[in-house]
Design a protein around this ligand. Sequence first.
Ligand code: CMP
Length: 139
Amino acid sequence: MLQRTFSIIKPDATERNLEGAILDRIQKTGLRVVAMKKIRLTREQAEGFYHVHKERPFFGSLVEFMCSGPVVCSVLEGEDAVTKYRELMGATNPANAAEGTLRKDFAVNLEANSVHGSDAPETAAFEISYFFNALEMIG
Ligand code: CMP
């Protein structure tokens, strides 16, 4: 099923100039980039994006980290895009990430884990609309 998912290349990765390496790996899976922007999140934007985690102990630190440098937001399209991208990313904690995954190869730690991807199609719909409008997606 043709599907869209949402991706963030996080500040730890943009800081190390890894956008191209990560996008190359994404595109090699066959997923297509249908929208993309590099931005610096405000605290309010980061808090709103991660609102489902607001009661978690790591929320404050996560928001701080996500605002600490630029991020690259993109919308990826392809067959089973949500699952395909989550498989490419690997486990949230790089210590548990499988060989050949983005987090295994690039992540620094559980928080600075280089990439974010939607965990379900419903989440993808919210996350895509949080950053992009329909006119900004070409695919
Ligand atoms: P992400 O997939 O963007 O979703 C929530 C983020 O919170 C996660 O990646 C990590 O960057 C961060 N995080 C920090 N601590 C934890 C934790 N204990 N469990 C899950 N996510 C965490």
